[in-house]
Design a protein around this ligand. Structure first.
Ligand code: 5GP
Length: 145
């Protein structure tokens, strides 16, 4: 997938938004959904997506949508810090297949980091235990301001 092209309304995140496949939700409002990455690169790896835009990547997104997405990302990162006490947080966002993107619906990754704990490879983390994911999502949601 290049940087430009039609939005595939059957991509995994579009299907999650339509409720066709399950996800472990952290929180949502009328514009964004925040949920746990099913193949986390670290414990607490969270994703932030827009419910209202069909932007595939950063280049395509409407500035007002981006503004709300970034505020939602900051709100979530603050809750991740409170809930999980990481020593650092990596914010990641990939554009186009050559840029490392695998799901072509714009999203931000919030990846908690601890020194001495190596990051798992992007998309190579193995599937997380859904029970653990649910507990993490509840911890993060409880820490939201
Ligand atoms: P990208 O490579 O596009 O930046 O990130 C896509 C992310 O979606 C990856 O981190 C991957 O682990 C995650 N992912 C892929 N399939 C699913 C899924 O079915 N459910 C959830 N929650 N995450 C997924």
């Amino acid at each position: 997938m290049s940087l430009h092209g039609p939005y595939d309304s059957d991509n995994i995140f579009a299907r999650i938004l339509r409720g066709e496949i399950p996800s472990v939700k952290v929180w949502e409002d009328n514009q964004v959904l925040v949920f746990m990455d099913a193949f986390p690169q670290s414990r607490g790896h969270t994703l932030v997506i827009s419910k209202v835009s069909q932007a595939r990547n950063l280049l395509e997104v409407e500035p007002e949508v981006l503004s709300h997405l970034m505020a939602a990302t900051q709100r979530t990162a603050r809750a991740v810090e409170k809930a999980l006490s990481p020593e650092g947080i990596s914010l990641m966002q990939f554009n186009g297949e050559a840029g490392g993107q695998t799901v072509f619906h714009l999203h931000f990754h919030i990846v908690p980091r601890w020194s001495g704990t190596a990051l798992k490879g992007h998309g190579q983390g193995g599937m997380a235990d859904p029970t653990d994911q649910q507990a993490l999502a509840e911890q993060i949601a409880a820490a939201l301001d």
